[in-house]
Design a protein. Structure first.
Length: 306
C-alpha cells in the first residue's frame, strides 16, 4: 500500500468501514477536546512531564497483557514504534508544559495549526502534491479555528512551545499513516508509543530532578481517565482508522478538537454558547465536506474553465 489514495490503496474498502473509521476519528477528536481544561486544572498539583509519564505508562501497562494474550511481538516494527514515540513525545511534552503559560484557547488554536502543516509536509517530505480541494479545505479549517478560538493574543513562551506541538502533530499523523498502510500492527505501535513515551518522560524527570509526587490524590483519578480514554482508546482507534482514511481527512477531523472542547464547555461546563465560536465550528465542518468532494467534480471544473 502507498500513501496516495490515487494509487489505489482505498480500493475495495466498503462505505460501512469508511463510516466506522470516521466515527472513530470523531470520537478521538471529541475525547481529546475534553482534556484541555482538565489538564490545565490538574497542572496545579502535578509536574507536566510527570503527568505525561504516568498517563502513558498506565496506558502501556494496561495494553501489554492484550499483546501477550494475542501473541503479538512487542518488538515487532521496533524502529517504526520508536520514531512515532519520539514524535509523539515532542508533541505532548511541549503542549503540556505550554498549558502552564498560555490560555486553553491559545493552545487549542496553535495546536490546530497542524492542519496547515499536514499538506506542507506531504509535499516536502512525502512528495505528494495536495490537490486544490485539499488546500481549500485546509484554509477554510484554519479560518474556522481562528474564529472559534479568537486567534492569538499576547504570544508567550507557552505559545511557542505549543507551535512545536503543532508541527509534531502533523508529522505524527503522516508517519502513522505511512507505517499503518505499510502493514504495521496498530496495537503493537500503540503499546510501543505508550511505554516509550512514559520511559522518556521518567528519564527526563530524573535528569532534571522534577517532582514525582502529586499535590493532591484526586489528580490520580484525572491521570487514570487520561490514560484509559484520551490515550489508550483514542490512539488505538486513530491507528485503526488510518488504515483506510487519507491523512488530510484525518487532520481535518482532528481539527474538531477545539470544537468539541467548546461543546463540552457549553454543556457540561455550563458556559453560555457564543455565536462566533459556533460559526468557527461550522467552518471546520465545511472544510471536512470540501475535502470529501469527489475529485471528478474538480476535474470537470478545471476542464470547464480551461
Amino acid at each position: 500500500m502507498t500513501l496516495n489514495a490515487d494509487n489505489g490503496w482505498m480500493t475495495g474498502i466498503t462505505k460501512g468501514k469508511k463510516l466506522l473509521a470516521d466515527v472513530g476519528l470523531f470520537y478521538s477528536a471529541a475525547i481529546w477536546g475534553s482534556t484541555f481544561f482538565i489538564v490545565k486544572g490538574a497542572l496545579d498539583n502535578i509536574d507536566p512531564v510527570m503527568m505525561v509519564a504516568y498517563r502513558f505508562l498506565i496506558a502501556g501497562v494496561v495494553l501489554l497483557p492484550f499483546l501477550f494474550y494475542t501473541k503479538r511481538n512487542f518488538f515487532q516494527n521496533f524502529k517504526q514504534g520508536l520514531v512515532l514515540s519520539v514524535i509523539l513525545w515532542l508533541l505532548y511534552i511541549p503542549q503540556t508544559i505550554g498549558l502552564e503559560y498560555t490560555t486553553a484557547s491559545n493552545s487549542g488554536f496553535i495546536t490546530g495549526l497542524f492542519v496547515l502543516f499536514v499538506p506542507i509536509f506531504q509535499l516536502t517530505i512525502f512528495r505528494r502534491k495536495p490537490n486544490l480541494l485539499e488546500v481549500i479545505a485546509a484554509c477554510v479549517s484554519l479560518g474556522g479555528l481562528w474564529i472559534l478560538t479568537g486567534g492569538l493574543y499576547d504570544v508567550n513562551i507557552g505559545d511557542i512551545l505549543t507551535l512545536l506541538a503543532a508541527v509534531t502533530y502533523a508529522l505524527h499523523v503522516l508517519f502513522s499513516d505511512k507505517y499503518i498502510k505499510s502493514g504495521a500492527d496498530p496495537f503493537i505501535l500503540s503499546c510501543q508509543q505508550f511505554i516509550f513515551i512514559g520511559v522518556f518522560s521518567l528519564i527526563t524527570g530524573l535528569v532534571f530532578d522534577l517532582p514525582f509526587t502529586t499535590g493532591n490524590l484526586s489528580v490520580w483519578w484525572i491521570i487514570l481517565f487520561l490514560a484509559l480514554f484520551p490515550t489508550l482508546s483514542a490512539f488505538i482507534i486513530q491507528l485503526l482508522a488510518q488504515k483506510i482514511t487519507a491523512p488530510l481527512k484525518v487532520s481535518l477531523i482532528f481539527a474538531l478538537e477545539p470544537v468539541f472542547a467548546a461543546v463540552f464547555a457549553w454543556t457540561l461546563g455550563g458556559e453560555t454558547p457564543i455565536l462566533h465560536r459556533a460559526l468557527g465550528g461550522l467552518l471546520i465542518f465545511l472544510a471536512l465536506i470540501i475535502s470529501g468532494l469527489p475529485r471528478q467534480k474538480l476535474t470537470k471544473i478545471r476542464r470547464t474553465h480551461g
